[in-house]
Design a protein around this ligand. Structure first.
Ligand code: PGA
Length: 233
């Protein structure tokens, strides 16, 4: 059985000082709880500026579970004259995963499924695993067929559930289960995650479905509520 991925997506939150404080708090909070560390891997997706200090801090501490790093986005271009962009090759070795096509990227930065496809090619060429975020099957680029099921992760994120502050309803797990079953049947046996207002209260219910992990936004910003989610996995 694959390990569940519990991805913390910090979005545009936390400067480097706040990021390392979060890590200290996570370690403090996990001291008094038993974590089923064989069953999950944590992936922290901080803003780029926090990656290096967090990784350095992580290597100096005794962390309570397996922690990997991811980025929240990547340039659709290779290295070169693309002001403000960070290329996949630049992140090689610094992150293991990268979110692509998040609904907020599509909404606020006009990201298209075509661009998501380009990012996937560049990431895989740099040995970074893309986590494709999609609300519908149509938002998943066709070029995933060029790769094996193990090279890509897919996240179902109904936009209506993103950042609504945990107003998760019981019937939502039915929709999640149905969608993921449909995608699995049509696309193949990828690792499918779910994202959208996951919190310590609803995560156990969500784990009754066949999803193999979460992307946690808001509830990941506070180390103690993130720790509660880990405890429930
Ligand atoms: P949220 O974010 O948990 O705040 O809804 C989830 C996501 O961005 O995928």
């Amino acid at each position: 059985m694959r390990k569940k991925l519990i991805v913390a997506n910090w979005k545009s939150n936390k400067n480097p000082k706040e990021a390392v404080e979060w890590l200290d708090n996570l370690i403090f909070n996990t001291q008094h709880v038993t974590l089923n560390t064989d069953s999950f891997e944590v992936v922290i997706c901080p803003p780029y500026i926090d990656l290096f200090p967090l990784k350095e801090k992580c290597s100096m501490l005794h962390v309570p579970c397996s922690i990997s790093f991811g980025s929240q986005d990547i340039s659709p271009f290779p290295d070169g004259a693309y002001t403000g962009a960070v290329s996949a090759r630049q992140l090689k070795g610094l992150v293991s995963y990268c979110l692509v096509g998040h609904s907020e990227r599509r909404k606020y930065f006009a990201e298209t499924t075509g661009l998501v496809g380009k990012k996937i090619d560049l990431l895989i060429a740099s040995g970074i695993k893309p986590i494709i975020c999609a609300q519908t099957k149509e938002e998943i680029p066709q070029n995933i067929k060029n790769y094996s099921y193990e090279q890509i992760i897919i996240m179902f994120e109904p936009a209506s559930a993103i950042s609504i502050g945990g107003k998760y309803r019981a019937e939502d797990s039915m929709i999640i289960e149905e969608t993921v079953a449909f995608w699995r049947k049509n696309l193949g046996p990828y690792q499918f995650l779910y994202g959208g207002s996951v919190n310590p209260e609803n995560c156990q219910n969500l784990l009754q479905t066949s999803i193999e992990g979460f992307v946690v936004g808001n509830a990941s910003l506070d180390a103690s509520s993130f720790c509660q989610i880990l405890k429930n996995v």
